[in-house]
Design a protein around this ligand. Structure first.
Ligand code: GLY
Ligand code: MN
Ligand code: MN
Length: 484
């Protein structure tokens, strides 16, 4: 809930607060600013395309927690420095249940009493008040940040009755009966509910909302397809500018991909990993300030997030000059074979762990074959010795969060069974650190990962990121074609 809007009027001398300067405001100017404005046009009232899906999700949530008040905040702006804020992204739980993207908003499901079920209300910041000067004196007033939806407009778009969020604290404080809240997004909501909720019961709500997202509906699958299509175009953009990136740094690659993400989507879904040369062996290399050199590999792990907050998560490892060396190709092809084995293990009825095990087996076999580790393979796998170079799990659920459904219980996710509609990454890798004295010198500083977004279907799976080639010879041909 916002703490800024309510105090625009008061007994203090009126001041305009923004951009570091506190400008005094005369009574005459304050009066002048109240009038002489035409009505602004209505904003787009077309219902959001997923309105029927968000309604179904709220109905399922209602059925899971009968008779309880459920409070799901979108979250507040986070200060970057004094009066500037980081770009806002609504909490996944809120966006999943409403399709809305505004900050300081709260979805509340109130139990319907004896009738059963819940009434949903979305509490939002309404249009700015002109009478009390809020629209221009408050840093979040519409003159500064742009036109908001009026409550009635929001209601039509989202299909949820809307009220002024400034009424909410009092309503929450007065509420009786059991309440659950998604924590971690809105300190104001948490303060109002402090003596009404328990950590354990709130956690059950969070777990439910994570597990509800394990199986994607048709709208979500469409959004993941769009995210992957934009991501593929972003990778093509990068290949086209590799020469320019060589003249600057990994930052050029990061910026190139980001342009595509902002133009076609909301943002990148996570910090892009633009790791050239030995940086590819640092799993979360997001500093992206290193050089880009011909003869080395570029590991690019990046995903576009759509305007509805679904992200792709794709990795390609590319020879910067367009051709793999023999050793790079040998390592790359091993990772490719591991990924093929992993993807083949993704099907309904398989265990979530199966694709990881399949990929790890291929990598362990190669490491033994290359003499980097003593066999037999079974012993290597049993002791996990290949992990010195494979490092991470082979994949994770994907959706609104890059590591989606992270609060799901072990039995439904990591120890669970794959079902049609689940979407996950398959992303094996081999990483030879630059300072790893246990491998021949020529391996050191080479890191390879290949990552695709795989949808479980009724009869197997579909690779949503298949537009980007994966096989080493196809990668080379694709790069040559793009560079013309
Ligand atoms: N980009 C993070 C991951 O691949 O899981
Ligand atoms: Mn991933
Ligand atoms: Mn990734």
């Amino acid at each position: 809930m916002p703490d800024h809007a309510a105090d625009a009027a008061g007994d203090e001398p009126i001041k305009q607060r923004k951009n570091g300067l506190y400008l005094g405001v005369s009574d005459e100017l304050a009066e002048n600013m109240k009038s002489g404005w035409a009505d602004t046009e209505l904003r787009d009232l077309t219902p959001i395309p997923q309105a029927d899906r968000t309604a179904a999700r709220r109905a399922a949530l209602s059925a899971r927690f009968p008779g309880e008040r459920l409070v799901i905040p979108s979250g507040n702006l986070k200060t970057r420095a004094n009066d500037t804020e980081y770009a806002f992204r609504p909490s996944t739980e809120y966006a999943y249940l409403t399709g809305d993207d505004t900050h300081d908003s709260v979805l509340v499901l109130e139990p319907n009493g004896r009738e059963g079920g819940h009434r949903a209300t979305i509490y939002l910041l309404p249009r700015s008040d002109r009478e009390n000067g809020e629209f221009w004196l408050d840093g979040q007033g519409e003159l500064w940040v742009g036109r908001r939806y009026a409550l009635g407009e929001a209601e039509q778009r989202l299909g949820i009755p809307a009220k002024d969020v400034r009424e909410l604290p009092a309503r929450l404080r007065e509420a009786t009966g059991p309440v659950r809240n998604v924590r971690g997004h809105d300190a104001g909501v948490e303060a109002a509910l402090t003596d009404k909720v328990t950590a354990e019961r709130d956690e059950e709500l969070r777990v439910y909302l994570s597990e509800a997202r394990l199986v994607k509906d048709a709208f979500e699958i469409g959004e993941l397809e769009r995210a992957c299509a934009s991501t593929a175009r972003g990778f093509e953009d990068v290949v086209r500018v590799l020469d320019k990136a060589e003249a600057t740094s990994e930052r050029y690659i990061e910026g190139t991909f980001f342009l595509r993400a902002r133009v076609e989507g909301n943002d990148i879904g996570y910090g892009s990993i633009c790791a050239a040369g030995p940086h590819a062996t640092t799993l979360h290399w997001v500093r992206n300030d290193g050089p880009v050199r011909a003869g080395e590999l570029l590991l690019l792990d990046a995903g576009v997030e759509t305007t509805t907050f679904y992200t792709a998560d794709v990795t390609r490892t590319l020879p910067i000059n367009g051709r793999f060396t023999d050793l790079q190709r040998k390592i790359y092809d091993a990772v490719y074979d591991a990924q093929e084995a992993g993807i083949a293990a993704v099907k309904p009825g398989a265990k979530f762990r199966d694709f990881h095990d399949a990929a790890q087996r291929v990598l362990a076999e190669r490491l033994v074959e290359w003499g980097l580790i003593d066999g037999p393979v079974e012993r290597v796998l049993e002791l996990g010795l290949q992990r010195r170079w494979t490092l991470h799990g082979t994949g994770h659920m994907l959706g609104m969060d890059v590591h989606d459904c992270a609060a799901a219980r072990t039995e439904t996710y990591v120890d669970g069974t794959l079902e049609p509609g689940m979407c996950l990454t398959v992303e094996p890798g081999l990483y030879f650190q630059a300072d790893d004295l246990t491998v021949p010198e020529e391996y050191r500083g080479i890191g390879v990962r290949i990552e695709d977004d795989i949808l479980v279907t009724e009869d197997g799976n579909r690779n949503l990121s298949a537009a980007l080639p994966r096989r080493s010879d196809e990668v080379e041909a694709w790069m040559a074609g793009l560079k013309g």
